[in-house]
Every structure is written in C-alpha cells, then in structure tokens.
Design a protein. Structure first.
Ligand SMILES: [Zn+2]
Length: 312
C-alpha cells in the first residue's frame, strides 16, 4: 500500500510541477509588456503628466496583484481538478499490461496481504446504499461491476457509488447467459460503458462477464477492446448460501492478491448486507488491507518492477 501511495504522490507531484510551469509562463507573458511600458521612454516631465502617469502606473500594479492572486487560485483549482481527474481515471483504469487479458487474482508477495472486495449486479435500491454505508464505516474502497439497465434505473445511486471513490466495472447491459456475435457483444458492453461515463465521468477498463462465462463472445469482445476481464478467486456464493456460511466461503478462499465475489444487486441481497461487516472484521483480523481491483493490479505491477530493479 505504501508503494501505491508513493506512486500516487509522484503522479500528483508531476502534475503540479507541470501546471506551475504552465501558469508561470502565462504570468510572465502578461507582466512582460507592462514592464516594458514602465521602462520605455518617458514623455516630457510636466507635473500634470507625471501625476497622470503615476496614477496609471499604480493601477496596473494593483491589477497585477489581483491577477497573481487569480492565477494562484486558478493553479490551486486546476491542480485539484487535475488530481481529481487523475484519480477518477485511476479509479477504474488498469496498468497497460493487464489490458486485453483476463485475471482471477493478482500475484502479490505474500507479505502484502491485500484483497479486493467486488460487488456485482447493481446498482440496486436499498442494498447498494447499505453496502456503501458499511464500506464507508470501515474506510474501504471496493469495486462494483454494474449492469447497464440497472444503472439506467438508479442513476443517482450510481453517482453516489462513484463519488465515494469506489472502482467501477462493466457487467454488460442485460446480464444474460447467451451466445453473442461481435455486434451483440458490442451492444452489451459499449452501451454500458457509455452510460457509466456519461453519469460518472469514469472511463472504465475492467469488465466482468455474467456468470464468469469466458466463451460466449462477451469476454472475447471485451479483451479486443482492451478491457481487463476480471473474474474472482473467492466466491462468497452469497446468492444461494445462508448468511452464516458466507463468511466461511470467503475465509476458506481468501489469499493475498485475491478477488472476492459478492453481490449488491440483482435480487434480495440482505444476506450479503448482514454478513459483510463480519467478513470485513475477520479479514482485517487476519491482516488484510482492502483495495480496489485496479489498485490490486497496480500493486502487482509495482512489485514486479521492484523485483526487476532488485535483480539488476
Ligand atoms: Zn452478475
């Protein structure tokens, strides 16, 4: 996690430096003509003219102060906007080597006990909100794979999930177990990603095929379009298991770099809502930290880079 934080800090710093440089040259461009005017040849020194010219000189200088202030504000504002943009992109984007591939988990050093909670088939009235509350209480960012037509039904809920900083993935428009040609797969996937972007500004690059089916045309299309196809390594089986067994299902399969499958929508998810706080507590007790799927992949990438430099 510290590596990830360092990476984010570095990206942020680079952005700030770039922007300060741009703003600096802008400021220089404005002050330069005023300086030239001040040092240019003066008219004959009649008292009256001098008085007028002094009052004229004072005005631009106070304008410059206001102007610098305005720029400072703008730098600050744009720095925030850029950082936020970067964050949003990062929120659901993945390192390039994972684009067009499919993964079940990240390969992490076992000393980095990081795990990603994922919630499918939302946004869903009530249960999505309940799960958001639990995640917020525990200060956890998770990953939500949305069904396009449900997002269309609950756009405000979708915006809330994204605004809370969770990662968003594409889980098709209709969530059906059919065979798709390329045109059909495009309709399912493109339409959903467009709606996600329209509503939240997030351009997602993670896709999860309904049922984890990899051979019905959807995953193939997603990979062709450079999504990372994200499956899971720990299935809570929350759609058919009593609340008491959910925790055992997760704990039995939990590992470092793991991806846990749960559901916040698509049916009655009260069991998931009920079991989630205990699952989080138990994983935390075992030493896990919670990250989003893109963060998990970023961690794997960082570890690989670190190993490469260590071996040189
Ligand atoms: Zn699903």
């Amino acid at each position: 996690m510290t590596k990830l934080k360092r990476l984010l800090m570095r990206q942020r710093k680079n952005l700030i430096v770039a922007f300060m440089a741009a703003a600096g040259s802008f400021l220089l461009g404005v002050t330069l003509p005023m300086n030239l005017r001040a040092t240019g040849p003066l008219e004959p020194m009649q008292a009256k003219v001098l008085a007028v010219s002094q009052s004229q000189e004072q005005q631009p200088s106070s304008n410059i102060n206001q102007f610098s202030e305005a720029i400072a504000h703008r730098v600050e504002f744009s720095e925030q906007a850029l950082a936020q943009l970067q964050e949003t992109r990062f929120q659901s984007g993945v390192p390039s080597e994972f684009k067009g591939t499919s993964i079940r988990e990240a390969k992490l050093d076992s000393q980095h006990k990081a795990i990603a909670l994922t919630f499918d088939d939302g946004p869903w009235p009530k249960t999505t909100t309940q799960i958001l509350d639990i995640l917020k209480k525990n200060n956890i960012k998770a990953t939500f794979f949305w069904v396009g037509r449900y997002l269309k039904n609950s756009p405000e809920l979708g915006k809330q999930v994204a605004a809370a900083g969770h990662a968003i993935g594409n889980h098709t428009w209709n969530h059906e177990y059919l065979q798709y040609n390329e045109e059909g797969a495009a309709r399912e996937i493109d339409r959903t990603s467009s709606l996600i972007e329209d509503l939240t500004g997030i351009k997602t690059s993670i896709f999860r095929p309904p049922g984890g089916i990899l051979n019905n045309g959807l995953a193939a299309y997603a990979q062709k379009k450079n999504y990372a196809v994200v499956l899971w390594s720990a299935d809570s089986l929350d759609w058919r298991t009593p609340t008491e067994s959910l925790m055992d299902n997760v704990m039995r399969q939990a590992n470092s770099g793991g991806i846990v499958l749960m559901h916040d929508g698509g049916g009655n998810r009260s069991r998931t809502v009920k079991a989630l706080p205990d699952i989080i507590a138990k994983l935390r007790k075992k030493g896990y930290i919670f990250v989003t799927v893109p963060e998990l992949l970023q961690m794997q990438e960082q570890e690989l880079k670190h190993q490469e430099t260590a071996h040189k």
